[in-house]
Write a protein that binds this ligand. Sequence first.
Ligand SMILES: [Fe+2]
Length: 142
Amino acid sequence: MQGHDPIVWNDTLVTGVDEMDDQHRILVKTLNEAGVKLSGNRDSALLEQITRDLLSYAIYHFETEEALMEEYNYQGVHPEDAASHAQQHRSFSAKVVAVREGLKSGTPISREDLLSFLNGWLVGHIMNTDKKLAAFLISQRA
Ligand SMILES: [Fe+2]
């Protein structure tokens, strides 16, 4: 699979925490739609709108996960995992902000580079970092 191909939702992406999985499905759908909208399109107004929508949904989603971390004291039990998880959220947002700044200053990122980054980050983050958090939440809720 190429990094900019659509993400196919499958069971390996399921964390088992419904709130997280529901939002991850929306994120995957949003990314895949972005890929379609950007096909053969060099319209920077569209890229501006797509990255804005994506950033605002991603921030909302990160807040949901970080509220769950707070609620179950992830930081207290697994301080390193909690810190690196929050750090990954920050660096994702910073990268999208940098892409948006590049757009404004006339140095747009290519569709391929943008989608490779977004898809690669999301799949890697869900499979490793989010699954670790989910396993913790499930054990606390049991
Ligand atoms: Fe996360």
